[in-house]
Design a protein around this ligand. Structure first.
Ligand SMILES: *Cc1c(COP(=O)(O)O)cnc(C)c1O
Length: 226
């Protein structure tokens, strides 16, 4: 069986040498000992999808880990999430209501929330996220000017859950187009430069389509213990 260290090394070796891609190791449902193994192999950024699980893990794992929240965030958990030391990024802001509530709560706590906006392009209807059109319109109207305690760093997205590589590529391309459009129309928006897309099965396609952040779980840790 491959070790976590070997898995990490082969993923890193598979990344193109000509541009920088940040690897988020998705450790949701994985035991802390396995996360420690990845940490000992040099990995410092981890992704979790549940606030309670994240807050338990933070207590027992090294303090220099940067945690990314990647799951659907329930509004009653916002405050708890923002209080977690080591929280570096909320990648899954999936509605304007959630964005506003995170801003409000961050203001109350006197912290700056670093976030990505989650775009929905996949064919599955159950996933959360913004439609590309509504997001572009919001940026055109400078909706972000009303935010005081949130820094929007970029976009996060997922491709359809399919074996059809053309469909996956088209999905990623749509997210990248949206990202580039926002950059073009929002010239006053500083530090909007992260495009998080690509998971174990499709990260190479995502990078080809412009991703500079990938979120990989099962290819590092093996199947999750759901
Ligand atoms: C679980 C998850 C991943 C990782 O998926 P793998 O297929 O295990 O690499 C990436 N992104 C999000 C949002 C996830 O929920």
């Amino acid at each position: 069986m491959n070790s976590i260290k070997n898995n990490l090394e082969s993923i890193i070796a598979s990344l193109p040498a000509n541009h920088t891609v940040t690897l988020v190791a998705v450790s949701k449902f994985q035991a802390p000992e396995l996360i420690k193994e990845a940490y000992n192999a040099g990995q410092r950024i981890f992704g979790e999808s549940r606030v309670h699980e994240l807050s338990d893990k933070v207590k027992i794992l090294p303090a220099d880990i940067k945690w990314h929240f990647i799951g659907h965030l329930q509004t009653n958990k916002i405050s708890n999430l923002l209080r977690i030391p080591g929280l570096a990024m909320i990648e899954s802001i999936d509605s304007f209501r959630l964005l506003e509530l995170v801003d409000k709560e961050a203001t109350k706590l006197n912290v700056l929330a670093h976030v990505l906006l989650e775009v929905h392009v996949a064919q599955e209807t159950t996933k959360f996220g913004f439609e590309t059109d509504e997001l572009i319109e919001w940026f055109q109207n400078k909706g972000y000017c009303n935010l005081t305690s949130v820094h929007i760093h970029g976009l996060m997205g997922m491709a359809s859950n399919t074996d059809d590589e053309n469909r996956i590529q088209a999905d990623f391309r749509k997210i990248t187009e949206c990202y580039n459009k926002i950059k073009r129309i929002s010239t006053d928006l500083l530090g909007f430069d992260m495009l998080s897309m690509g998971m174990s099965g499709d990260y190479l396609i995502a990078i080809k389509e412009g991703a500079n952040m990938i979120r990989i779980g099962s290819s590092i840790f093996g199947e999750r213990g759901y």
